[in-house]
Design a binder for this molecule. Structure first.
Ligand code: SAM
Ligand code: SF4
Length: 338
């Protein structure tokens, strides 16, 4: 157990934003190779650079003591890492002590068929499932793998356990824009809200991101030709701006890091699987928590959290241009976690 020197219990950054949401990437590895996320021949981190689950637990314990109320487990594909269920189960004890409100998961859905029941038992409240198409050929084009049927079976399995489920869809000019209304309808028919996301320039990929990028503002105009949208009062801790779809009664969220900046309400910090704390997905400033953790100097850990609050940037600076081969942010989303 860590000796926790400060139970101050509230984290406020330099811009007055309350930070109570930690996203932790438990692995950068994945069983898919989505074209917008990573190259086919992705170089993964060496195992020695990845935090052990014990180290991740210590980090979470310390952040919870300082005021983190919600933890999202992400990756890479979090469910491919051995020991993930035990890790989540250990975090559940903080929920039992009312120190944590929610443990949530982002997954590509390929392993939900096998793990849904255990995820429920281990204390996961909410699952975001990434699904960009319902068409097998398009799925293979986007993910470079053939797992659509397994993902759909996984979603059916997860529905049995009363998680709050949401679909996340990256809108891609070259693959799925014509399918988005159908995806909205399908998600809502299956009792799930859906968020539409713009592709962000994070890490180099094989193609040109500009060929994939499609503005969510443009997408919204297309959606409004099929559905009636009204601003919804629904909010979560995430960046989605929600609209109620009159025809289905459920919500569609728009995540627009490029078209509109939503940083004024940012309540998040992120720890990579290598133990680097990023205060912003779209900036490079980081704090090396792995070295501090491995030194077992918990006073330093506390000071590093205070520093993070002082230097969290006001906003990201994403931009996307044609033939932008080398992105400004070198790390892939799979390292930082989405
Ligand atoms: N493997 C899991 C999954 O796909 O849900 C969790 C990690 S993945 C990095 C988290 C989310 O990030 C997914 O919804 C994925 O679509 C999204 N994502 C990955 N790369 C992205 C990028 N460059 N721009 C926007 N979203 C991205
Ligand atoms: Fe894997 Fe998720 Fe990245 Fe797709 S988006 S390659 S599923 S980490």
């Amino acid at each position: 157990m860590l000796k926790i020197p400060n139970r101050n219990n509230i984290l406020i950054d330099n811009y007055g934003r309350k930070i109570d949401y930690l996203r932790i990437s438990v692995t950068d590895r994945c069983n898919l190779r989505c074209t917008y996320c990573m190259p086919e021949k992705m170089k993964f981190m060496s195992k020695k650079d990845i935090l052990s689950f014990d180290e991740m637990y210590q980090l979470c314990e310390h952040f919870i003591a300082r005021g983190i109320k919600k933890i999202r487990i992400t990756g890479g594909e979090p469910l491919v890492r051995k020991g993930i269920l035990e890790f989540i189960n250990n975090l559940k004890s903080f929920k039992n002590m009312n120190m944590l409100d929610e443990i949530t998961l982002t997954t590509n859905g390929t392993l939900l068929e096998d793990y849904s029941q255990e995820l429920k038992n281990s204390g996961i409240d909410r699952i975001n499932i990434s699904l960009d198409t319902l068409n097998e050929e398009t799925f293979e084009k986007i993910t470079r793998r053939k797992n659509l049927k397994k993902v759909l079976r996984g979603i059916d399995e997860a529905k049995k356990y009363n998680f709050k489920l949401k679909i996340n869809t990256v809108v891609l000019k070259d693959s799925n824009i014509d399918e988005i209304p159908e995806l909205i309808y399908w998600s809502h028919k299956n009792g799930m809200d859906i968020s539409l996301i713009e592709t962000m320039p994070l890490g180099d990929i094989d193609g040109d991101r500009y060929d994939q990028f499609f503005s969510i503002n443009e997408m919204r105009k297309k959606i409004e030709k099929k559905f009636t949208l009204t601003k919804s009062s629904y909010t979560t801790s995430g960046p989605s701006d929600y609209y109620k779809v009159k025809e289905t009664g459920k919500n569609v969220g728009f995540i627009t890091p490029l078209s509109n900046n939503f940083c004024s309400s940012c309540n998040r910090i992120r720890v990579t699987c290598t133990g680097m704390l990023y205060m912003c997905l779209g900036q490079d400033d980081k704090i090396d928590f792995k070295t501090i953790l491995r030194s077992k100097d918990y006073i330093k850990l506390d000071a590093a959290i205070n520093l993070a609050m002082r230097i969290k940037p006001e906003k990201h600076e994403f931009s996307i241009k044609p033939r932008m081969k080398n992105t400004k942010i070198e790390r892939h989303m799979s390292v930082t976690g989405g």
